[in-house]
Design a binder for this molecule. Structure first.
Ligand code: EPU
Length: 433
């Protein structure tokens, strides 16, 4: 594809829209699907994963599995590619994640635990900085060392080795999602019992544990702060459906908050978004929880949402991934809201873009002070990462004129069809020219 064509398609155009109406279906969670795919390497044979989002990050994980020697295929129904993947894991794999793939997707490091568990060795390129700045993996390595692994790093590659992983009690100094996942996967075939204290509690961790148990693992307590893993010798392939994406669901909640109207989000699990829904309810959105669907109603226009203060925290706190969406909502709410980022220090890069759209936001350390304005004004902006890109798109729904979001490939990393879904809800949004 020529660069000219790429640059035309790498743009999302949005016009002021609303009220929205209708029904939207969320896909499986990116941040679960990637880990389940990595976990398949622990059991040779044919795995089937359903409800997998067809997004760029999943394509990179497919590339990584293929690089190692697995055969990965999307299933088709009546000639149309469905959201199901088969992964055929051979008896032997190349236990490595090369730089070109780790650089494209930092989440590639979740193969470390599974590879050590299965082969007693793993070579993974050191992830560099990313859109949020420097993100260390010290907790991943320390936890795996406590199970008996040793690591050396040279020429930009982390080399891990272990004769036999041994169960242990591990206290994580912080409930890191990635460290919990690497450790959990490594512990599954470790000898004896592993207890992970201060584990991350995100719904995607519980999903990974359920998947591993489907493979024959003995994991209990996942979703809580203490996870216990009784090591087993053998795992088998599994067929599994990925948990719905709570961040994608939140994106449509923000869209209706910004554009008005009422929509139904199929697959949205209110029980996975409780703190967020409390905040959005305090702002004036109304919800009807149908278990695995959520109906949301925005205040009648010209009514505005009310401002609130929000702090991001590990689950069950308000996720850092929701924050750009919340800043977009607060930028047109009535009053002043203070957002405090406690998870990723550098995650404010989209704020100058919202300010270009007329938002009144001041950043002080890890706080963003957002003074709501009545209406934003469409402008050319740039998506710095997946969630911020989506937030700029939905902010455009509340901006007079046209907003053109460049670097839209970031959005495609995490959303299967954000533009199509918003358009079907009645938004004036399109890709490229
Ligand atoms: N941290 C360390 N050392 C470590 C690991 C983490 O200092 O060894 C720090 C990080 O630098 C960060 C904090 O701990 O300040 C939290 O990091 P965590 O490990 O919990 O996050 P992650 O596993 O790297 C996942 C999601 C992110 C999401 C965070 C927080 C995936 C692929 N990524 O990242 O999602 O924001 O948890 O919930 O699951 C996204 O989807 O766009 C995304 C960035």
């Amino acid at each position: 594809m020529g660069s000219e064509v790429e640059s035309v398609q790498d743009v999302i155009r949005v016009r002021q829209s609303g009220p929205l109406g209708g029904l939207v279906q969320v896909t499986g969670a990116k941040n679960s699907a990637l880990k389940l795919m990595a976990a398949t390497v622990m059991a040779p044979g044919r795995h089937t994963l359903r409800n997998v989002p067809r997004i760029a990050d999943v394509a990179i994980m497919v590339e990584l599995l293929e690089h190692m020697g697995a055969a990965v295929d999307w299933l088709s129904v009546d000639g149309v590619t469905a959201n199901s993947l088969t992964i055929e894991v051979p008896d032997m794999l190349i236990p490595e994640a090369p730089y070109d793939l780790v650089e494209k997707m930092r989440a590639s490091i979740v193969v470390l635990g599974p590879l050590l568990a299965r082969f007693g060795e793993a070579r993974v390129s050191v992830p560099g900085g990313d859109d949020f700045g420097h993100r260390p993996i010290d907790m991943h390595l320390k936890a795996l060392e406590e199970l008996g692994a040793t690591f050396t790093t040279s020429h930009g590659v982390i080399q891990g080795r272990v004769e036999q992983l041994l169960g242990a009690r591990i206290l994580l100094e912080y409930p890191s999602v990635g460290a919990t996942e690497n450790l959990l996967m490594a512990a599954v075939t470790a000898k004896g019992t592993t207890v992970i204290d201060n584990a991350a509690r995100e719904p995607e961790i519980a999903d990974l544990a359920a998947f591993l148990n489907g493979m024959g693992a003995g994991v209990s307590g996942a979703g809580g702060s203490t996870i216990t893993v009784e090591g087993v010798e053998h795992l088998h392939p599994v067929e599994y459906t990925v948990v719905p994406d709570r961040i994608e669901a939140a994106t449509y909640l923000a869209a209706v908050g910004l554009a008005g109207g009422e929509i139904t989000i199929e697959g949205a699990r209110a029980d996975h978004m409780e703190m967020l829904l409390d905040k959005l309810a305090a702002m004036g959105l109304q919800f009807d929880d149908g278990g695995d669907r959520l109906h949301v109603v925005a205040p009648e226009r010209p009514g505005r949402l009310a401002s609130v203060d929000v702090s991001t925290l590990p689950y069950p706190g308000v996720a850092t991934d929701y924050k750009p969406l919340l800043v977009a909502l607060l930028s047109v709410a009535d009053g002043v809201g203070i957002l405090t980022e406690n998870v990723f220090a550098g995650r404010f890069r989209y704020i100058p873009e919202l300010v270009r759209m007329g938002a009144d936001i001041r950043v002080e350390g890890h706080h963003a002070v957002v003074r709501g304005v009545r209406v934003l004004s469409g402008a050319p902006v740039r998506a710095p990462d997946i969630r911020a890109g989506a937030a700029l798109v939905v902010a455009g729904l509340a901006a007079e004129g046209e907003t053109v979001v460049a670097d839209a490939h970031h959005v495609a990393r995490g959303y299967e069809d954000l533009v199509g879904n918003l358009a079907r809800l009645g938004a004036n949004v399109s890709i490229g020219t």
